[in-house]
Design a protein around this ligand. Structure first.
Ligand code: SOE
Length: 403
């Protein structure tokens, strides 16, 4: 175990601490670290997040991550982290195959839990996590899943407008999440391409985000799906070096890709709206293009993650000669999260979603409120993913979402 240090510089003394232990230190670990490091400096939080300990199996690498991202100490075994008395919350930033085991142990040890998406690799695992979270909630512990795109000010503003009825009755929900980092067939077989580690491919990695976002914006769970999935490149070079973020270093030999490369599905909402979803890592030129459009009887809203400080809004109740899509610059103090940031017009980015995620979780813990998205929300998304896989196996047969 690395030596505990003084409380990291800059954290606010005088408030009760919320001591965080993070498992994992790659891309998501870095993003969550940013959230914990910044939330208490920007927002007036009821608890003071303290970056107590970060865990990874490679001692040298985790020490580098601790020093880079501001963690006071290190562990190389997540079980030791979970048992530590100086940890109040366990933040899980590992691949999906370890989410359930770590979350169950952390909840049993009396900790609050934040778990990266997708909640688990299977419906069964996710259901066991929900049961444990419910029991823990009765003891005052909170559990949240990390669907960070709910925390873009523009998507939170879109949710407000839908809930206020500005779009009226919804007819269409159109969602795509497009990336292109797998276009090169020589890209190595990293963990995101292995079913045993990632659970699924583009479906769980990107599809989980857009299912959650669509359900959040519409305000109800999907009822059923018809799906197609495809694995375009079935064999890839094996990575031999360390993997970091979405890249890997070198390769030797080849191995089987055991997940989908792309998933397309249509879906129904119980209220009658029709939805379409597309998740792929083969959309050449599209880097992190999450787009969603909602069409209702009274208006439409559109959001594009690559222009995340904006919303497009069409108010269909305006006179026809003047109506049309207009841009809302979501940078005003009246917009969600923005009163704590910069003067109007000074936009935010990807990393801020993790700061907002930390902020919201700290408030829920301090106020004894069930945080959202809950593990139950994560299980619901998992059920949609399972229905997509089932439908795709049956050549797109309409598959109801199990409740
Ligand atoms: C890779 O496709 C990835 O990093 C996802 O795993 C994240 O959840 C998404 O936010 C960005 O893309």
């Amino acid at each position: 175990m690395g030596q505990p240090q003084e409380q990291p510089e800059g954290t606010e003394a005088g408030k009760p601490p919320l001591r965080v232990g993070m498992v994992g230190y790659a891309f998501m670990g870095a993003a969550h670290s940013q959230g914990w490091r910044t939330a208490g400096r920007v927002f007036d939080l009821p608890l003071n997040p303290v970056q107590a300990v970060i865990c990874g199996r490679d001692d040298a690498a985790v020490r580098v991550a601790a020093s880079r991202h501001g963690w006071a100490s290190t562990e190389t075994d997540w079980r030791a982290l979970v048992e530590r008395d100086d940890v109040d919350l366990v933040d899980i930033c590992t691949p999906g195959d370890s989410h359930a085991e770590i979350a169950l142990a952390a909840l049993a040890a009396g900790k609050h839990v934040l778990c990266e998406k997708p909640l688990a690799n299977t419906v069964e695992e996710a259901a066991s996590m929900v049961r444990a979270a419910e029991e823990a909630h009765a003891r005052g512990q909170m559990a949240m899943v990390g669907f960070n795109y709910r925390r873009v000010p523009a998507t939170a503003q879109a949710r407000r407008m839908v809930a206020e009825g500005r779009l009226g009755r919804l007819r269409h929900v159109r969602v795509t999440y497009l990336q292109d980092w797998l276009v090169d067939p020589q890209f190595p077989l990293t963990w995101r391409l292995r079913r045993e580690q990632a659970g699924s491919g583009s479906l769980g990695d990107l599809g989980a985000h857009i299912v959650d976002l669509a359900q959040y914006l519409v305000g109800e769970p999907l009822a059923g799906v018809s799906a197609l999935t495809e694995t375009f490149v079935r064999e890839r070079p094996l990575p031999t070096g360390a993997t970091s973020g979405l890249s890997a270093v070198t390769s030797a030999g080849t191995g089987q890709v055991t997940v989908d490369d792309a998933a397309l599905f249509t879906a129904r909402f119980p209220s009658g709206a029709l939805a379409s979803f597309e998740a792929t890592r083969y959309a050449t030129g599209r880097k992190n293009a999450l787009r969603i459009e909602l069409n209702g009887e009274r208006g439409s809203l559109a959001f594009d993650l690559e222009r995340l400080n904006e919303l497009s809004f069409h108010d269909a109740t305006e006179p026809g000669a003047e109506a049309g899509f207009r841009r809302i610059l979501v940078t005003e103090p009246d917009h969600p999260y923005l009163d704590a940031w910069w003067p109007p017009g000074h936009g935010l980015g990807y990393e801020h979603t993790f700061v907002h995620q930390a902020r919201d979780l700290v408030h829920a813990i301090a106020e004894g409120r069930r945080p959202e998205p809950s593990f139950a929300d994560g299980l619901q998304v998992q059920r949609v993913l399972a229905a997509v896989e089932e439908s795709a196996e049956k050549n797109s047969v309409y598959t109801p979402i199990a409740v």
